[in-house]
Design a protein. Structure first.
Lengths: 165, 646
């Protein structure tokens, strides 16, 4: 089964090592402005949210591309750019609803997460596991279990309240 | 490449800005960060200048490994002549400012003169602009940062700023970035204020080329595993630095009621576990944050749970706030600690200094040296939480006679207060000690007595000395990268070999401060953490600069000697109680009253202490007065200082 980059923003410590690793892996430089992943921060609330490509099924970037440079990689199941075809018009940057497609002003090209050919380096360096690379079905299972636990707690509390009455 | 970042010389009096590359020869001698700052300070200041006058020179820098894959390469260093001590002023902070400064093209800022009206510096992709700050003057540290971001229209801007305390020239005002990252010690915020400099804003998108990316990445992975596998860092990552306070208090190494006791009793409400509970209650299960590139994430996030500031968001509290607003004034209330921490963060003043000074004033009040007349009726008794918080405000805003007096720092305040007040002041070279009590730990006592910026735990503290490690383990750590075959002792109450430990740690901490990485990533709290050997590799993989572990050691020794040259030039003498390598008499005269059996009754032995200082000077190659000998200076290539290479 294809894997996905699962982001659990609650665990993120905001350290931005993922941004640094991403720019070194792809460009050989330290420069977060060229990273494919970026942590959005609300510093005065202590809220940090890593943002990267969702690898959409019906990807707006793919649909909007006038030269069909964007396609789905059958093997790793992600949205990829063919730079031999890409004309750098940035229509994909405008179309992406998540801001995940960006324009690298130094490399003069559009860039997005390519899952590092199946071994995402940001995941490898995220010690707190805010980023994980998991089988696609796992994403909702984790949430399901959390929600299920909350339900049982609520049920027990309700039962305890009822017993008191 | 990582070595092409520049020095900018900014004259605030004339508005003139010059930018110069850093020659490779200078890099090899001083690396960057604190090391090169020390060289710049010694070369660009004259003897005896007023620290608050236009002739003082302010250095703001990143380390040579800043923003690279060196792990926690986040540190900003700030240096100037200190308004608090009139000796070396030097302070260091985490966060995200230094990496941004490097992405914006600069490693070192050398700020001279004084602006006519409030200004801030805007540093962006190789350009520097001096901008009007009159409409942000008066704002708190976070308000200032958000206002600059709004004015310049970029949320990714990182700022180093001062708050009201810096504007009011409190001599121990700090420089801050983010919510709580502070260059706290030695009054660097006061120097900002004295130059009418409200902030430095940086934003950059310039590449820092990594010399050998694959090696740098793989070594970083190894480095991180080594760092997070240390139990001490795992604990830092869950409880933050408060765990150190808790552990130290358990055996009796925490000073309480200024210096009357060495253990804070019945302190459940300010123990690390309690503070952690509040963080979890207010911010959820995952409430730790990290500085740039750091996997230790020792910074807790919290909201104040109750009281007049209920609901306010802040970060920390570090163990310094726990000591400064909990143990020292004997206010054993979590809300007080969290509130005090918030106030100093917002107003921009060193938590450690202000807590120590207020606790000293509380002891003077108890003794009748300070009276209700001096306090304008405030009941400054130990354990009075409200009085503590009120004094923080009075000092930050220099309100009333006592607030204004204490804002001058301990020594000046003691001269104004008179009587016997000085003998109760726990300071070295005019800077207050951390909340720790070193009477049972001679190695730690030597460290605070000799620290180049005054009493401080981050200059040379051999914390692993407390672990009773076997001698062969200590020897392995302390015989690298230069051999040491002198005596060492596993006993923390011993005086044997401690001078070498302090000397070694001084150079180790100088090493990280030049590289721009955090002390939790080296031999500070854990004996297994990376140092010289690893730095040599990390430096090469990231910058291409080839330096052996011994050459990095030499840089550390060279730059430490420049700091010493500066201090000697500004009047340090060995036994001067106000400007010397000395301790308050209470360390020698008043025995510890609480703590573990081998701690109760401890004092520092005067004779043995003197011998330790002699040994320490000898390791440094200094004479019996603590003056570097000509041979030492020659060996380190410092015979002709100031040499004005940059």
């Amino acid at each position: 089964m294809a894997k996905v980059l699962m982001i659990n923003y609650e665990k993120c410590t905001g350290c931005r090592l993922c941004e640094l690793i991403c720019s070194v892996v792809h460009e050989g430089v330290s420069n977060p402005s060229r990273s494919r992943i970026k942590i959005m921060k609300w510093e005065s609330e202590g809220l940090y949210v890593p943002m990267s490509c969702q690898q959409c099924e019906d990807a707006p970037c793919m649909n909007v591309c006038p030269v069909k440079a964007i396609s789905r990689d059958e093997n790793l199941d992600y949205v990829k750019i063919d730079y031999d075809i890409c004309i750098g018009c940035r229509a994909c940057v405008s179309a992406c609803p998540f801001g995940a497609m960006s324009f690298d002003v130094i490399g003069r090209k559009v860039v997005k997460c390519d899952l590092c050919d199946g071994d995402p380096q940001c995941v490898r360096f995220c010690e707190v596991k805010a980023l994980e690379y998991v089988d696609a079905d796992r994403v909702s299972v984790v949430k399901k279990k959390d929600a299920a636990y909350r339900l049982t707690v609520a049920e027990k509390e309700a039962a305890a309240l009822a017993a008191q009455v | 490449m990582a070595l092409n970042r520049k020095i900018a010389y900014i004259d605030l009096s004339t508005g003139k800005i010059e930018m110069k590359p850093i020659p490779l020869e200078v890099r090899k001698k001083f690396l960057g960060g604190r090391g090169l700052d020390a060289y710049l300070l010694y070369n660009h200041t004259e003897k005896g200048i007023d620290p608050m006058g236009p002739k003082n020179v302010l250095m703001v820098s990143a380390g040579i490994l800043g923003a690279t894959l060196a792990s926690a390469s986040a540190r900003t260093h700030i240096m100037a002549k200190s308004p608090l001590t009139e000796l070396l002023g030097s302070s260091n902070m985490g966060g995200f400012f230094a990496p941004e400064l490097r992405w914006a093209g600069f490693d070192h800022l050398v700020i001279k003169g004084k602006a006519e009206k409030p200004v801030y510096l805007w540093i962006h992709n190789g350009e520097i602009e001096v901008r009007d700050a009159s409409n942000i003057w008066g704002k708190t540290t976070t308000e200032t940062q958000w206002a600059i971001r709004e004015e310049l229209g970029d949320e990714d801007i990182k700022c180093a700023v001062i708050g009201p305390a810096g504007e009011n020239l409190v001599r121990y005002a700090n420089v801050m970035t983010g919510i709580k990252d502070s260059a706290g010690r030695s009054g660097m915020g006061c120097v900002f204020g004295s130059k009418n400099l409200k902030a430095i804003a940086a934003r950059g998108t310039m590449d820092i080329k990594i010399a050998y990316p694959t090696d740098a990445i793989e070594y970083n992975r190894r480095f991180i595993t080594q760092i997070v596998s240390a139990k001490v860092n795992q604990t830092q990552g869950t409880l933050g630095t408060p765990f150190i306070w808790g552990a130290t208090n358990s055996w009796g190494g925490i000073r309480t009621r200024n210096f009357q006791y060495n253990q804070c009793e019945y302190a459940d409400d300010i123990e690390p576990e309690r503070l952690d509970e509040i963080c979890e209650e207010t911010m959820g299960k995952y409430h730790m944050a990290g500085c740039f590139g750091c996997q230790v994430h020792c910074r807790a996030k919290y909201k104040i749970p109750s009281g007049p500031y209920a609901g306010k968001y802040d970060e920390g509290p570090e163990y310094t706030s726990q000591g400064a607003f909990g143990g020292e004034p004997d206010c054993k209330n979590a809300v007080t600690v969290l509130t005090g921490n918030h106030l100093v963060d917002q107003w921009g003043v060193d938590n450690l200094e202000i807590g120590s000074i207020i606790s000293w004033a509380m002891e003077l009040y108890e003794l009748g040296i300070l009276t209700n007349k001096d306090t304008d009726g405030l009941d400054l008794s130990f354990g009075n939480d409200e009085a503590l918080l009120e004094m923080i405000r009075r000092i930050a805003f220099r309100d009333g006679w006592l607030g204004d007096t204490l804002a001058e720092g301990g020594i000046r305040a003691s001269e104004k207060i008179g009587k016997d007040s000085f003998s109760y002041l726990i300071q070295v070279k005019g800077m207050s000690n951390l909340h720790s009590d070193e009477r049972a730990t001679p190695a730690l006592a030597l460290g605070i007595a000799t620290g180049s910026r005054g009493s401080d735990h981050l200059r040379s503290r051999p914390a692993i000395d407390l672990y009773h490690l076997p001698e062969e383990v200590l020897r392995k750590v302390y015989s690298n990268p230069v051999p040491y075959d002198g005596p060492l002792s596993s006993d923390h109450t011993s005086y044997v070999g401690k001078a070498w430990e302090v000397f070694w740690q001084e150079l180790c901490y100088m090493g990280v401060d030049c590289l721009g990485i955090c002390k939790y990533h080296t031999t500070f709290l854990g004996a297994t953490l990376p140092n010289f050997e690893d730095w040599s590799k990390v430096l090469y993989y990231n910058t291409g600069l080839e330096m052996s572990p011994k050459e990095i050691w030499d840089v550390a020794e060279r730059t430490y000697n420049i700091e010493r040259l500066f201090n000697m030039r500004e009047g340090l003498t060995r036994d001067d109680p106000k400007k010397g390598d000395t301790l308050n008499h209470r360390y020698f005269d008043e025995p510890c009253l609480r703590g573990a059996p081998d701690v109760i009754g401890s004092t520092i032995d005067r004779k043995k202490f003197k011998k330790m200082i002699d040994e320490y000077y000898e390791h440094h190659g200094w004479d019996e007065n603590g003056v570097a000998t000509q041979e030492t200076l020659k060996r380190l290539g410092l015979s002709k200082e100031p040499s004005h290479l940059v």
